[in-house]
Ligand binder design. Sequence first.
Ligand code: PSU
Ligand code: MN
Length: 305
Amino acid sequence: MNIEAYLSVAPEIAEAVKAGKPVVALESTILSHGMPYPENWEFSHRVEEIIRGEGAIPATTAIIGGKLKIGLTSSELELMCKDPTVGKVSRRDVAVYLATGKTGATTVATTMMLAEMAGIKIFATGGIGGVHRGAETTFDISADLQELASTGVAVVCAGAKSLLDIAKTLEYLETMGVPVLGMNTEDFPAFYCRRSGHKVDASIPDAATAARIMKTKWDLGLKGGFVIANPIPEEYELDFDEMEAVITKALEAAKEENIHGKDTTPFLLDHIKNYTKGVSLASNLQLAYNNARTAAKIAIEYSKL
Ligand code: PSU
Ligand code: MN
């Protein structure tokens, strides 16, 4: 193995990791394929400010110029937000993008990989990928789930969008031994909505408890990560039935246009955004900020253990 040849960690982050200070990883697919410009650009800066405001250090990840980047400069953030040729990189794409020098945005799966390589234990995002509706015929299961099973990083998210089959996603996580913790909730959140109707494994009251559970799992040498499900703040929650109608319409459009594989999730997200005229984007931004805040708090508690 020769990870060092590819890894490019910003000095501030490398020092923080070495000193055991709190660091929170962030993905770039949410920027390149999850939000429009310039809202994504504003978000990329604001989310880092929020993490700093809590007392932790942000580490946005990407693949640029043959390097696994941990911590992006302002112009690198702009590249991820603006350049339409930036690809979506999951586990299987990493070596291709590195060896050919292509610019790639990291998904939940690849952000977990890069975070682990850099020694970062906590990662904040919007929603995780999962088992798609109709997976029994399409086999479409996000590589994010397999990564959660094998890579030791806790992912703070607002659950999963109900464009996925949430029941099957939770079953998969159970099979793979991935703890699903609910932040002050018994109910697994459905991204725009605080409740999906499906239960989490354990409801936890605060960041300190999350940190203790993480330390315990990894002290035991158990491999894999965590889903830490953090419901969207009430004031930004959208109506479940209205979102269900929008999602159904997006799924029909994907079927009609014969969308498959890695294009499916970005296609659905884009259609949901267009159908809801930006209301969903405002909620998306707020839930991601909320997750960044919670992740920073957990990183701080974890650094004290
Ligand atoms: N779900 C969202 N927003 C996102 C994604 C998922 O609500 O931006 C992105 C994340 O980067 C996630 C990826 O890791 O899509 C999952 O894609 P796929 O289903 O192709 O594995
Ligand atoms: Mn897929």
